[in-house]
Design a protein around this ligand. Sequence first.
Ligand code: NI
Length: 208
Amino acid sequence: MHKRAIIVFLVGLLVLLGGAAVYLLTEPATSVTRLPSQAGSGTPQIGGDFELLDQSGATRTQADFAGRHMLVYFGYTYCPDVCPTSLSIMSQALDLLEAETGSLEDRVVPLFVTVDPARDDVAALAAYAEHFHPRLVALTGSDAQIAAAAKAYRVYYRKAEDPSVSEYLMDHSSFIYLMGPDGGYVSHFAHNASPQEIAEGLKGFLRL
Ligand code: NI
C-alpha cells in the first residue's frame, strides 16, 4: 500500500508539472522579460533580412539600413499601452542622446514593425508614426512577410481571442532590439527600460 501511495503521489506530481509547463508555454509573451537564450550561449540568432513596406509605401529591406544600427520594436498601432509607451521611450532615448551628440541620423535608425498587418496598413502606420521620433520607420507587409520578419527576430505574436471586444488585441513579445551595422544582434532593452537607460546603452554600444 505504501509503495502504491508513492506511485500515486508521483503520478500526481507529474500531472502538476505537465500542467505548469503547458501554462508557461501558453502564457502571453508580453510578460516575458528576458530572452531565453541569453545566458551563456553566445550571441542569440536574432535578426535577418526582411522585405516590408514603410509608411510611405516604399519597399524596405535590411540592406537599406546597412552601416547603421537599428533599434527594432515589433508591436501594433491598436495596442492600448505597451507599444505606444515603448515607442515613445525609444524616441525619447534618441532625443536625449542626440541632444548630447548631435544628429545620429547616419548611425541609428528606429524601426517599428507591426504584428497586425490586417489593420496596420501603410496609411495607418503613416498616421501612427507621427506621434514618435521623426525618423521612425514604420513597417508593414503581407501576413507572410510579417511572419518571416517576426520569425527572424524571434518575436512571438498572436491574436488574443476575446469575442466580447470589437477591437481585438494582440499578444506579442516586446523587446527593443539593438542591431549592428551588419544587421546582426547586438543587444536588447526591455520595453519598460527608461529613456536614460537606453540612451546610456546606445552610447556604449555605439562608442559615442
Ligand atoms: Ni503592444
